[in-house]
Design a protein around this ligand. Structure first.
Ligand SMILES: Nc1ncnc2c1ncn2[C@@H]1O[C@H](COP(=O)(O)OP(=O)(O)OP(=O)(O)O)[C@@H](O)[C@H]1O
Ligand SMILES: [Zn+2]
Length: 759
């Protein structure tokens, strides 16, 4: 090949052709350094673009170097092309999600390892003591300094002193490979229903073909335990016997030992050659720590973690381990989806209904749907695990495209909780409070019995609105069409859309009257205040993105709840997902109507899922659970369905409504958001774009109209919504429409295919 097509990682450019210098052999997928003007930039050799006009090879600049990085395999390249095409994004922007940062791509770092050299006793007593402990160690071999300090119960500084006296020599060793998960470490005893489900998942892994599987089990049915069995099935070398074969189990334990970090060896095929990789996607980073704990209990070693808040060194190590195939199980949030994984055998999307899988910035892809495409291109099974599958997923089952595997009952005889609706019109809470009498009584009983309770209110902060009693002024964000939310813990007003902050002003900014500002409505902090006044002895924790800021906080919270150091949790949607707290027996939903306002396409479905999920946290252990749901509209279909635990009825009605209006999944939507800091420019551009919408059968264009969030981060926003019949070529239509447009530089148009947010 004398010429290659290279997709560049650079912002603002896509792909160029380059010539290949003599002596360099390049394949599609190879990572290269190429010239771009005066700079050198990184790119990936892409599959030939046969539609491009031929270029005179003499005019091409040569590739500078091929980098020593695992190449991107064909299925991943196809996925990147698919995402760019389907979501109408730049292929470069998609590639950047697969190739995180230059520093993460550096060749393996040689970490200094230290080897102990016994010798003449040192001069001071303290050193002699440490030396004695070192001598007593049982041939630890070469280790990083920190590890020596831990083993000898001393400081790195002390060890450096000993090294200066000749007691250590150092060698450079490659980063240790992650230890291998052991499929037979601690398997659970599965119930008959779980056994049957696990067998079907294992069969899909062994079959090695594309298979989308919906693992649909009620909350607490053991979906995690069951899909762990599918992971176990990927951990056996090719053709070397299925799980359950004890001879192989011993081999596995042995190879796991030999790759322990202490041997300091690099990654080799012998560490796990042939064994498959599993990618597990979770909706939130906060859920990773409890997941890691459960995985470690089951498989004896932790998985490899990948998410955006990893520190650089951990990121580099995880990248190398994942992309060389050394890491067998990789768990992460959305961004892990594009990791190059040379031996990918299984994908699992946990809590697959969760709307957090939809990315709302940059490339606006849906990680659940994209994961299914990745599985298809790789020819492997994918498990979507959830208690409340999305209507889209249910429809795929109905059309026979996905197989459904059900777990209809909770594990161990635990019952689903009893649900009581509280009509706030008939039994309202006392003035200035938010907990209605029936929930209050249940809470009192629960706490008196020493059991745990959870109150769910999907509103961060103290109050969603701050109002002036004198003039009626509402305090708005200067950059957004949104109220500023009071946060008492930080004594600030905060915009939840752009992050703008200000102190709570002593007087109304509009009329100047002092002490006139009053909080309106409850947020979780205000609810916590009420609880503290009513139940002063209860040990309470707030669970919101303000108080639980990362994986470590989430882990600490889980431990505290499991150790019964907390009696009562007050949380936003963060607390509804996936947590397993066996001592929790009461759930109160403070405002079930909250999710229904705004009336977007999925509002009712999302409310149903959220309330079903949070209810699912109750009664998972030995004691039965109770759920109280406070609402002003108990007669709304979503509320009657919740009261009757009638998911099937709810989804049948929801499906009919969407079908009647040709709404997804029975029709397709795409949104265009036109924005500018200059209000007139945004309005003019929106009008001009609206006026040029091509006429085509099967397509309707709604708008332009000012967006509900008419201003966001200082940009004025207008929206257009494109509705298409199911089989209409939506992306082509949009490309044809937008390609000839010439817009002022201040105007930005973002395209959202299959939008989930309509703000
Ligand atoms: N076969 C089993 N043996 C022992 N414990 C089990 C088994 N199956 C499930 N469990 C336990 O039951 C609890 C619920 O299981 P798990 O969390 O896997 O359910 P889930 O279906 O994933 O729930 P959710 O959808 O609410 O997240 C956990 O504590 C789990 O360890
Ligand atoms: Zn704002």
């Amino acid at each position: 090949m004398s010429r290659v097509h290279v997709l560049l990682l650079q912002h603002g450019v896509t792909a160029f052709d380059y010539s290949v210098p003599a002596g360099m052999a390049l394949q599609p997928g190879d990572v290269v350094m190429v010239p771009l003007g005066p700079r050198r930039v990184m790119g990936v050799v892409w599959d030939d673009d046969t539609t491009a006009p031929p270029v005179n090879p003499a005019k091409l600049k040569p590739v500078i170097a091929r980098l020593d990085i695992a190449p991107l395999d064909a299925p991943l390249r196809r996925l990147i092309d698919w995402v760019a095409d389907y979501y109408i994004a730049s292929p470069s922007a998609v590639l950047r999600m697969a190739m995180p940062s230059l520093s993460a791509l550096e060749p393996p770092r040689r970490v200094p390892h230290w080897r102990f050299v016994p010798g003449q006793p040192p001069r001071t007593a303290r050193r002699a003591e440490v030396l004695e402990r070192l001598t007593d160690l049982d041939e630890p071999g070469a280790l990083p300094l920190a590890e020596w300090a831990r083993l000898a119960d001393t400081t790195p500084a002390m060890l450096r002193t000993l090294a200066a006296a000749g007691h250590f020599d150092t060698i450079a060793a490659a980063e240790p490979a992650p230890p291998l998960p052991r499929p037979h470490h601690a398997p659970p005893t599965l119930s008959p229903a779980q056994t049957a489900a696990a067998a079907r998942l294992r069969a899909a892994v062994t079959a090695r073909t594309f298979a989308p599987l919906l693992l649909h089990g009620v909350t607490g049915s053991g979906k995690t335990e069951v899909y762990f069995e599918a992971i176990a099935a990927t951990l056996f070398p090719d053709g070397k016997g299925p799980p359950g074969d004890s001879r192989r189990a011993e081999d596995n334990e042995a190879s796991a030992q030999s790759s322990s970090p202490a041997c300091g060896g690099g990654v080799s095929e012998a560490d796990g050659g042939g064994k498959g990789q599993t990618l597990v996607l979770l909706p939130e980073i906060a859920l990773t720590q409890p997941w890691i704990t459960r995985f470690t209990a089951r498989f004896g070693v932790p998985p490899t973690v990948w998410h955006s808040s990893l520190k650089p060194a951990a990121r580099r190590a995880a990248w190398r381990a994942a992309t060389t195939g050394a890491a067998k199980v990789i768990v992460g949030a959305r961004s892990a989806l594009f990791l190059p994984l040379p031996n990918l055998r299984l994908i699992i999307v946990d809590e697959a209904h969760d709307s957090a899988f939809k990315q709302e910035e940059g490339v606006q892809y849906h990680a659940r749907d994209t994961a299914v495409m990745r599985a298809q291109f790789a020819g492997i099974p994918i498990i979507l695990s959830t208690a409340t599958p999305a209507l889209e997923t249910r429809e795929q089952v109905a059309r026979g495209r996905y197989q459904e595997i059900t777990l209809p009952a909770r594990f161990g005889g635990a019952q689903l909780p009893a649900i009581t609706m509280i009509d706030l019109r008939r039994t309202p809470p006392p003035r200035g409070r938010w907990i209605a009498p029936p929930l209050f009584a249940a809470l009192t009983e629960t706490l008196n019995r020493g059991e745990q309770a959870l109150l769910f209110l999907n509103r961060r902060g103290y109050a969603p609105l701050t109002l002036c009693r004198a003039c009626g002024e509402r305090i708005n964000c200067p950059n957004c069409t949104a109220w500023m939310v009071e946060h008492r813990l930080t004594r600030r007003l905060l915009c939840h859309h752009c992050g703008h902050q200000s102190p709570v002003p002593p007087a109304c900014p509009s009329c100047g009257v002092e002490h006139s500002l009053v909080p309106c409505g409850p947020g979780v902090e205000r609810l916590a205040e009420e609880v503290a006044a009513s139940f002063p002895a209860a040990r309470t924790a707030l669970v919101t993105s303000d108080s639980v800021r990362g994986a470590d906080d989430a882990a600490a919270l889980v431990t505290a709840v499991q150790n019964r150091e907390l009696d009562l949790l007050i949380g936003t949607q963060m607390i509804t997902k996936g947590y397993d707290f066996p001592g929790l027996t009461l759930v109160g939903v403070i405002d079930a109507d909250l999710g229904l306002s705004g009336g977007d396409l999925r509002a009712a479905e999302r409310s149903f899922q959220q309330i079903a999920q949070v209810s699912g946290r109750a009664g998972r252990g030995e004691t039965a659970g109770r759920v109280f749901v406070q609402t002003h509209m108990p007669e709304a279909p979503v509320m009657t369905a919740i009261a009757a635990s009638d998911a099937e009825g709810f989804y049948a009605a929801e499906r009919d409504a969407r079908l009647r209006h040709h709404m997804p999944p029975f029709g397709r939507l795409a949104a265009l958001v036109i924005s500018s800091e200059d209000e007139a420019a945004a309005t003019d551009a929106a009008r001009a774009i609206g006026a040029t919408a091509p006429a085509a059968t099967g397509f309707e264009v709604w708008g332009p109209a000012p967006a509900p969030l008419a201003m966001l981060r200082g940009r004025h926003r207008h929206r257009l919504l494109i509705h298409a019949r199911r089989s209409a070529p939506l992306q082509d239509y949009i490309r044809r429409w937008l390609a000839p447009l010439r817009l002022p530089a201040s105007v930005r148009v973002t395209i959202d295919v299959d939008p989930h947010s309509f703000l």
